[in-house]
Design a protein around this ligand. Structure first.
Ligand SMILES: Nc1ncnc2c1ncn2[C@@H]1O[C@H](COP(=O)(O)OP(=O)(O)OP(=O)(O)O)[C@@H](O)[C@H]1O
Length: 367
């Protein structure tokens, strides 16, 4: 279909795997896009369940917009295939695209026209949109995004958040089975961000599949039921948020004035603590893993209260391998070896830990 001959054909087993078109709003296989020598999208296999709010997460430049543009037929793939709403793209674009609303790099609005006049103009340009229902559809779309009060205001007087919502209203002018929103909260202030996130959630409640890209992990956690994570053009994780959380490696956290012997015991059990700054001064616990550990350190300090007085203590943090003994046995082994314990915890990895581990980059977790 979209593929050129630049890449090898898929293996026979790949071709035999059936497309799950009944259940999936978007499915890609081996999707690849090259710009000259740069591989912007590298063999991406996406499966977006119908009815999901699907977060497409990745740092800047990881290939999200390029994937979206190829998905929608705005750019051609170098190799690979895309099915949108069960139909192969771009071959069936004419049939499929009227059922897909998209906000990619924002539509061009005329600043000297009102929001309503802009939507009418864009709807007129859509040859699939029936003219006799235009007025009602424009009013309904403005209402849907909470812009009825500003319908007759010139767009140049709109805030960035209002413009973004107008862009979403444009995507909603016709009934849509799938909405594709590329970084819809980018550049918005906190109020605009909250409005757009609430809007995305409410759109999904109506049964529309929403595919939303973001570089903000917190945003995806708040809005989405499923997510895929991109890193340097490749898909590095994919699934429901629950599955992604479960896939994280739990870790053990030990607060002790005896870090040396504690390390030895952990090592005997096949558990290797991260190298941290080691012991801290001033009678407080030492942070072992940088910024995030700072918050945890404060928590532990509160937990152990006054017993830290006058002593030095260290927090050791280590990922727990699958075959590690149960937590009670680890604690017992530490105590049996004479390690004095002031705190001991086994905790699940957060999604943030997991994604940082997968992409090798920090996500902006603000907002
Ligand atoms: N038209 C183009 N020509 C050449 N390189 C491009 C083009 N479009 C994107 N790229 C490159 O492809 C890579 C992926 O870019 P893309 O915009 O898809 O990433 P992204 O994850 O959407 O990032 P951002 O959040 O910053 O938009 C980047 O290195 C980018 O510079």
């Amino acid at each position: 279909m979209t593929a050129t001959t630049a890449e090898p054909a898929p293996a026979p087993a790949e071709q035999a795997r059936p497309w799950q078109d009944g259940d999936l709003a978007v499915q890609t296989r081996g999707l690849t896009k090259r710009f000259g020598r740069q591989l912007a999208v590298d063999g991406v296999d996406l499966a977006v369940p119908r009815g999901s709010v699907f977060g497409f997460l990745g740092p800047n430049g990881s290939g999200k917009t390029t994937t979206i543009r190829v998905m929608l037929g705005l750019a051609s793939a170098t190799a690979g295939q895309v099915h949108l709403l069960g139909r192969e793209m771009p071959r069936h674009g004419r049939e499929v695209l009227p059922r897909v609303g998209a906000l990619v790099e924002g539509p061009g609005f005329y600043p000297y026209l009102s929001g309503e006049a802009n939507l009418r103009r864009l709807d007129t340009a859509n040859r699939y949109a029936p003219g006799d229902t235009r007025t009602a559809r424009v009013a309904a779309a403005l209402e849907r995004v909470g812009l009825s009060h500003a319908a007759h205001k010139k767009v140049r007087a709109y805030s960035l958040g209002m413009k973004q919502r107008l862009g979403i209203a444009n995507a909603l002018l016709s009934p849509r089975e799938l909405l594709v929103l590329d970084e819809p909260t980018n550049g918005l202030d906190p109020q605009g961000t909250r409005e757009v996130r609430a809007l995305v959630r409410s759109l999904a409640e109506g049964g529309t599949t929403v595919f939303v890209s973001s570089h903000l992990l917190a945003e995806v956690e708040q809005m989405c039921t499923h997510a895929a994570v991109m890193s340097v053009g490749r898909l590095v994780a994919h699934g429901s948020l629950e599955e992604l959380r479960r896939a994280g490696q739990p870790r053990v956290r030990v607060l002790t004035p005896d870090p040396g012997p504690a390390r030895d015991v952990l090592a005997r059990l096949g558990i290797a603590p991260h190298d941290g700054p080691g012991e801290s001064g001033g009678g407080t616990a030492g942070a072992a893993t940088g910024d995030r550990a700072g918050a945890v350190t404060a928590g532990l300090r509160a937990e152990v209260g006054g017993i830290l007085d006058g002593d030095r203590a260290t927090i050791l943090v280590a990922p727990l391998p699958d075959d590690a003994p149960p937590p009670e046995d680890i604690a017992a082994a530490l105590v049996a070896a004479g390690v004095r314990l002031r705190g001991f915890a086994v905790e699940e990895a957060s999604l943030e830990d997991r994604f940082v581990a997968l992409t090798g980059e920090g996500f902006d977790v603000a907002q």
